[in-house]
Structure formats: structure tokens, C-alpha cells
Design a protein around this ligand. Sequence first.
Ligand code: MN
Length: 413
Amino acid sequence: MNTLKTWVNVPENSDFSIYNLPFGIFSLKNKKRRIGIAIGTQILDVYALSKLGHLKELSIDSKVFKNKYLNDFISLGKEKTNAVRLKVQELLSDKDSPLRELSSLLIKQEDATMHLPVKIGDYTDFYSSIEHATNVGSLFRDPDNALMPNWRHLPVGYHGRSSSIIVTGVDIHRPKGQTKPADSAPIYQASQRMDFELEMGYIIGKKTKLGDTVTTDEAEEYIFGKVLFNDWTARDIQVWEYIPLGPFLGKNFASSISPWIVTLEALEPFRVETPEQKPTVLPYLQTTGLKNYNINLEVAIQPQDSKESIVCKSNFKYMYWSMAQQIAHHTVNGCNLNVGDMMASGTISGKTTDSYGSMLEISKAGKQPITLDDGEKRSFIHDYDTVIMRGFCEKDGIRVGFGEVKGMVLPAL
Ligand code: MN
């Protein structure tokens, strides 16, 4: 039910409605980085809000809001972070709010620079979409045995590289590396098969001790929130290097995330069931209740000086393995979690070609190029193409979205 009204001018269909209120790190010219909350086309300066005493009942030191990263804030725990979000929701809804007189607290998003919102500790990438795993298994290996024998029994993942996770708007250079043409010895060159992977990431909000395990029932207490995640991939480097130890230089040159972290609490109304799992999973991976989320996702490619074309429409709800199962599996051996760790879903593909979350799948490994709206053909990403990902939830007139993550591929250095 759409019952909350804000006095802030929020455009219809804005991802950043009064129901969302995601956290990010922003700066203005000549000012230090601080925590903000997105509302419509604006940002609420949470540091200034706290300095003025509007959060004093929450007993949080204002300094935590003047920060290069959200980690210290997230470390306060969900009780505090939720209280800040709910207090801001109240202040932005109350038509007699004292904030209405304080125009400097609201900044235009177009005037601000957004930064990487968390200092990312460890990064783990899963492989949890059955459609994607089946498609890639078919293209890289054997169409009749696309899924490896373990796939339906555990959420497959690997430890990635956190140092190269970047925020939206940071462009990347086409990576160079070793590839193996079918008819020659290995060569060193710029990747000829630059690709995106449509994923969602989530930020760990509560730490565990080494040796601790987290159950599927407890797992969501450990998630602060979610972002859009483009796991850039060089397919030609990947296919030559990945056996037997998995992804390496085909992946670790860059991954891009959206700047606003949408809290799990804001996503609560959009819970849905997970797909049926067959065979039945081991008890430590079993879940009860609605453990998935209905989040519409799309990918667009925009060639240089041209318009964008939507090349994929997918949904987070297609995930075979839920975040709760991923966390339970990740910690079942006692591996510890820290605040600021990043987990990503793996490419999120649906059942049809127009819902595939990578060009590898969309173009059938380059065999079936697609035609963009401006007539250009694409099997993989060209130099100066911008890849844009967007995501939002919508139900009963309420919209909660992620904005976008975008990045341009520049020529190899
Ligand atoms: Mn990936």
C-alpha cells in the first residue's frame, strides 16, 4: 500500500522513492566525503543532518557520517542503521518537518560525485543462476552435460579480487592477456571477446569469528544491502585459463558497482519464493520462507555517439541459490565474514535469449551477433561502448530501485 508521502519533489517512477532511502558516499567540490541518502533526484546530507541534531535520539557520533566509506556506519549494526533510515523517512514525510527550512541539506545528485560506498574486504563471486550455468556449460564444454555434478548440490563460487571493484562512471581499458586461437600456439594480445555479466552484489553488514557458521535462517542478518554489479569478463582469456582452478585474469581486471546500497529492509516487500530445488539439498542449505527478491534487471549497450539499446531484461528472482544459502555455504567450514565483504550472485540469466545476462550467451559465443537499435552489430563489447545496468522493484504503486551502474570500455593501453 502506497501510504507514505514525502514533501520532497520526487519524480514519478523514481528509483529513489520515500520507501527506498539507500545509503551512499558522496562529495561536493572542495568538501570531504560523507554519507548521503538518495531521495528522488537529490541527496540528503546525513552528516549535516546529524550535526544539526536531528538524529540525536539515536546516540550516534556525527563523525561516523563524515567518512570515506560506509564501513564504520554499517558496523554500528542493523538496529542503528535501520533507525537512521526510518528517522530520515519520518523527517522526509512529515509535512511540518523542520528540514523543509534547511534547503542546504538536500543536494542535487547532478552536483555531487559518487564514490565507492564501502571499503571492500574480501570478494566472492557465485555462479547461482541455473540458466547461466547451463548456457555457459553448453558453450564452453558439453551441451549434454552442461551442469557439473556438484552444481545442484552446492552454490558454486570462487574468491575474486576486491582491489579492482570500481564505482559507476569509472571507465576501463580493454584488458590484454594470453589467449589460445584454435589453430595456433598461445598469443598475447588485447582481448577480442570483452563481455559484461549482469549480476547483483551484496554487502556483508555483520562480522563472524573464524570458526563460526551462519545458518540459512540467520544469514540475512548478515546482509546490509544490495547493489548492481557488472562483472566485466574477457571471454577469450577466461576460456584458456580457467581449468582447473577457475576464474583469474579474465575476471580480475575490473568489476563495476552502482553507488547506492539499497538496504535489505527496503527490499522486504518484494520477497518471492525461490525456484524448486531438485534434488533436495543437504539440511544446512535448506531454507524456510520467502528467500528470493523480485528485482527487474536490464542491460543496455550504448555505442560511442549513439543511442542505447536494451540487450537483456532479466530478474533476480530467477536465482536458483538464494543469498541465505550462499552465506550458509560460505561459512559452513568456519570461514569468517567481515563488514564490507562483497558477495556477487553470478550472472543472472532467464530462460529466453532476451533475458541472458552476458554477450557470451546472447551471441552464442559470437556465432549469432545481435543488431542494436542504431544498426550496429555486436557479438561482444567494442571499444568506446558504454554498458549500462539498471534494476528496480515495483509492487502496489511502490518503487524501490538501484539507479544504474555504467562504464565505458576504452582501447587497450
Ligand atoms: Mn561473474
